[in-house]
Design a protein around this ligand. Structure first.
Ligand code: HEM
Length: 538
């Protein structure tokens, strides 16, 4: 069963219907020629060699030989579902995004949940971040909210992402270990890069082993920008809250589930939807007027920081229901292509250096992963909005285009023209948010990005006793597997800036001498100055 939402049909379903290929009894070649025998290759004589002239054999095996495409470089393992989003009320005061204008007007969505580290065939219930990516098929184009189940990230600048992923992935010589992030390279990177500390607190908490995708929060992480019809910007952070509440496994359960049923989370999502028990999330926003951009003791452009909800409450703006399983895992869940730069009129970027880098990376990787520039024509990626461009050709072109394909053009011939002067957001035309950009070209992190511990401490302080016990146990388990002693010690030193009790408890569990209480109480102390040079010297 696909657990299709009984009776519910939207623009996206109707579009997908054109591409669905029901099973048919009669076997043909890809040229539509009926096949007499698919069990025996054509051969010369009873026991002779196979003949090259057997076009059915050659086509069958060739196609099979090409079935695999590269898995995603991160977030390779995932599960997807279709559904809809509907706002509670118009958000026109803040944004002219078409799908947020009218209470109750439904926009089709496709969501993919994922783990980050493991390959496609890895287990679901590993300690890891979970991806939570949503594609809204809006009338003004596709909008992708490509988030995670934690509100912060490991690094502040996208240029560190390849380093981070190389450290977190399996060892190059033997592709071990899989699943858990318990190995020297990961902790080496994190210890040397103290900006990871806040995210590590989330990663060692029970949030990193969700019981179900249906019981998981989601976050856009970055500060984005809403823009209204008058062109006024409002800074915005996105939050998904599951109707079922947030629930996690405990570590022992997670390990048992990984052994007994590596598809634990995938199965749970599929079966719930198939049974009509549709999972639901509420979308909330934290809104910050542009003039308050500098009103915080952290930088809104720093993705290792949350905006505490005591300072800016989350305002619920709508709900999302997932009510249809995909028909074909490869065609839909594997070929879906999310991209942070897929935005629509009314939503815009900020200068967050992690977001800016992501805006380059996703399209780039999809060009190779999905085999060329036409992957937005794949059924799952196709907008329901009209597409009309002067792009031509390329591998896998599905459209029989007509007319000329250049602009400006005095000869006509059907080539589409840009909306031109006077076009604006209110008319559903994307115009980049006008903002002043000025400064010297420098490779340097802003001073406002330097505090790596305060919010890690905030997180620790917000935990109950049993949650703290789980965090300590997780650090002990993971760091206890690290063979390199200085790597363990450096991590304990970083934790000492978060909380002395935490660092001591972890140290005692992994055979490291507990550190002295840091001067000045810890979390506001400057990051340990660890340059690569003095490490190598030391
Ligand atoms: C994939 C989230 C940072 C590069 C993904 C996916 C999610 C995600 C949810 C899976 C999408 C899917 O289900 O298909 C995030 C979040 C980040 C972050 C929340 C930080 C806030 C980065 C950075 C880079 C990056 C900094 C690169 C500079 C990629 C790539 C993929 C990916 C290359 C694979 C995409 C594909 O093959 O389609 N990310 N990511 N991510 N991410 Fe990120």
């Amino acid at each position: 069963t696909t657990g299709s939402g009984a009776g519910r049909e939207d623009e996206k379903d109707r579009q997908l219907e054109e591409f669905r290929d029901p099973p048919k009894p009669s076997l043909t070649t890809d040229q539509g020629v009926r096949v007499d025998d698919t069990d025996n290759a054509l051969r010369a004589g009873d026991r002779g060699p196979t003949l090259l002239e057997d076009f059915h054999f050659r086509e069958k095996v060739t196609h099979f030989d090409h079935e695999r495409i590269p898995e995603r470089v991160v977030h390779a393992r995932g599960s997807g579902a279709y559904g809809f989003f509907e706002p509670y009320a118009s958000l026109a005061e803040y944004t002219c995004a078409d799908f947020l204008q009218e209470a109750g007007r439904r926009t089709p969505v496709f969501v993919r949940f994922s783990t980050v580290q493991g390959p496609r065939g890895s287990a679901d219930t590993v300690r890891d971040v979970r991806g939570f990516a949503t594609k809204f098929y809006t009338r003004h184009g596709n909008y992708d909210l490509v988030g995670n189940n934690f509100p912060v990230f490991f690094i502040q600048d996208a240029i560190k992402f390849p380093d981070f992923v190389h450290a977190v992935k399996m060892e190059p010589q033997n592709e071990m270990p899989t699943g858990a992030s318990a190995h020297d390279t990961f902790w080496d990177f994190c210890g040397l890069q103290p900006e990871t500390t806040h995210m590590l607190m989330w990663l060692m908490s029970d949030r990193a082993i969700p019981r179900s995708f249906r019981m998981m929060q989601g976050f856009g992480v970055h500060t984005f920008r809403f823009v209204n019809a008058e062109g006024r910007g409002t800074l915005v952070k996105f939050h998904w809250k599951p109707r079922l509440g947030v629930a996690s496994l405990v570590w022992d359960e997670a390990q048992i589930a990984a052994g007994r049923d590596p598809d634990f989370n995938r199965r749970d999502l599929w079966e719930a939807i198939a049974a009509g028990d549709y999972p639901e999330w509420e979308l909330g926003v934290q809104l910050v007027p542009e003039e308050d951009e500098f009103a915080f003791d952290f930088d809104l452009l720093d993705s290792t920081k949350i905006i505490p909800e005591e300072q800016v409450p989350v305002r619920p703006i709508g709900r999302m229901v997932l009510d249809r399983n995909p028909q074909n895992f490869f065609a839909e869940t594997e070929q879906v292509a999310f991209h942070t730069a897929n935005i629509v009129p009314g939503i815009d970027f900020t200068n967050d250096p992690l977001l800016q880098g992501r805006n380059f990376s996703y399209l780039d990787t999809q060009l190779i992963r999905l085999g060329g520039p036409n992957f937005s024509q794949l059924p799952v990626n196709r907008p329901v909005a009209e597409v009309s461009s002067n792009h031509r050709d390329g591998y896998g072109q599905q459209v029989i285009q007509s007319g000329t394909s250049y602009f400006p053009n005095s000869l006509g011939g059907g080539c589409p023209a840009h909306a031109g002067a006077g076009a604006d957001l209110a008319a559903g035309v994307f115009t980049h948010y006008q903002r002043r950009v000025d400064g010297d070209a420098i490779r340097r992190r802003s001073d406002s990005f330097q505090d790596h511990y305060s919010q890690a401490t905030l997180f620790w302080n917000s935990m109950s006793d049993w949650e703290r016990q789980h965090i300590v146990a997780a650090f002990r388990f993971e760091l206890g597997k690290v063979e390199n002693v200085p790597v363990r010690e450096r991590m304990v030193e970083n934790l000492n800036h978060v909380d002395h009790g935490l660092a001591t408890a972890v140290a005692e569990g992994i055979g490291v001498t507990p550190p002295a209480k840091p001067a000045g109480g810890g979390h506001n102390a400057a990051s340990p100055a660890l340059s690569q040079a003095n490490l190598l010297a030391g």
